[in-house]
Design a protein around this ligand. Structure first.
Ligand SMILES: Cc1cc2nc3c(=O)[nH]c(=O)nc-3n(C[C@H](O)[C@H](O)[C@H](O)COP(=O)(O)O)c2cc1C
Length: 377
């Protein structure tokens, strides 16, 4: 069952030691104490030996920044233009499934916090609140993440519904022809508790239960998600919507170029938070290759292990236009619902402002490649 946060109204003071989270890692520690093990493991795990999951963080920590001084930074401007819209921060909420495992209001609370922070939320195909209900809660910009399902009519109806509800982009996840094995989910025989379900999907697809010795999600995924996708399917998605189509899960320059040839409006460098191919590089290690292939034709976003404001600066210095954050949203939602997510986003915003100031950057345009320092061996 979903355990209710001890103090849903208080996004700050809620961990066992009673201290206010000072950073995103504090939110994870506090959430670990509150969540049932099945949900915690589902959120936290990577696939296989979790090498890529760890590497996502370690690669950030190895990157140093050669900051500039005496640049009259004042209060740096953190805004960025993406898909024709000015965003207050170069930070987008990544799609993560089943947020009601973290908090009874799930995606609705995240929508409210995102709106308050001026941050775009990407809603998962597998959200536990319907895309229409999320749209009704907040008129802030939202993107819809699409898993292309074996059932193309159902897939097309998701896209049409997202467009009708006011979502501003379709983000097609391309790194999951099959679901990576998260062994903790297998051990726990992961399944959804009563009341939590993939709310966007037709009634007959809603039930996600473990049967036999496996994770219920893995079974659900292999039954419903199409493992035969090719670039032609991006053409198909583009043909059924007038919204910009982004691809999420690209890790190579040649794939990014191919995506652009198929008309995508943006590329998300992602290894799915270390949950798909274990053995993939950290995303931060491939941004430069992808950004140089894209050569400014469309925005390049990146996710995986962004936990500090300085990580945002690192990603931008490597050539990204913005980052997405996945798990920190789940931890903050667990700890404090809407307030928790609001506080977490404010922590990240203020860390970013400080990192920009300390790097001598007055705006994101000043975050250039020459800021990157020597890499630790
Ligand atoms: C619990 C969980 C569920 C996720 N669900 C989805 C999903 O439904 N669709 C998708 O494209 N990516 C999904 N992802 C991947 C995230 O969008 C994102 O790529 C990843 O979490 C970024 O890494 P980070 O968690 O280190 O920030 C999920 C990730 C987690 C941790």
């Amino acid at each position: 069952m979903v355990r209710r946060p001890a103090k849903p109204e208080d996004g700050g003071v809620n961990n066992s030691s009673g201290s206010t989270p000072l950073n995103l890692a504090d939110y994870e520690r506090a959430a670990a104490e509150l969540l049932p093990i099945m949900s915690y493991d589902y959120f936290a795990s990577g696939s296989g030996d979790q090498v890529t999951l760890r590497r996502n963080r370690e690669a950030f920590e190895r990157l140093t920044l050669r900051y500039r001084v005496m640049r009259g930074v004042g209060e740096p401007d953190t805004s960025v233009e993406l898909l024709g819209r000015r965003h207050a921060l170069p930070i987008v909420i990544a799609p993560t499934a089943f947020m009601r495992l973290a908090h009874p209001f799930g995606e609705l609370s995240v929508a409210e916090a995102a709106r308050d922070a001026g941050v775009t939320q990407t809603l998962s195909t597998l959200s536990s609140v319907s895309l229409e209900d999320v749209a009704r809660t907040s008129d802030a910009p939202k993107w819809f993440q699409l898993y292309v399902l074996r059932d193309r009519e159902l897939t097309a109806s998701l896209v049409r519904r997202a467009e009708a509800a006011g979502y501003e982009a379709i983000m097609v996840t391309v790194d999951a022809p099959v679901l990576g094995t998260r062994e903790a989910d297998v051990r726990n025989r992961f399944s959804l508790p009563g009341g939590v379900e993939p709310a966007n999907l037709a009634d007959e697809l809603r039930n996600l239960r473990a049967s036999g010795e496996a994770s219920g999600l893995q079974q659900y995924f292999s039954t419903n998600v199409d493992p035969t996708l090719t670039w032609a399917d991006i053409d198909w998605v583009r043909s059924i919507t007038s919204l910009p189509v982004l691809v999420k899960g690209v890790m190579r320059g040649d794939d990014a170029s191919e995506a652009i040839e198929h008309g995508v409006a943006g590329v998300i460098v992602s290894n799915h938070g270390g949950r798909q191919l274990d053995g993939a590089p950290a995303t931060i290690e491939v941004i430069r290759e992808v950004a140089s292939a894209v050569a400014g034709r469309v925005p390049v976003l990146v996710d995986g292990g962004v936990r500090r404001g300085v990580d945002v600066v690192r990603a931008l210095a490597l050539g990204a236009d913005a980052v997405l954050i996945g798990r920190p949203v789940l931890w903050a939602l667990t700890v404090g619902g809407r307030e928790g997510v609001t506080n977490m986003l404010e922590l990240l915003r203020s860390e970013l402002v400080q990192a920009l100031a300390l790097c001598g950057c007055r705006s994101l345009a000043d975050v250039t490649a020459d800021l990157l320092g020597p890499v630790e061996p």
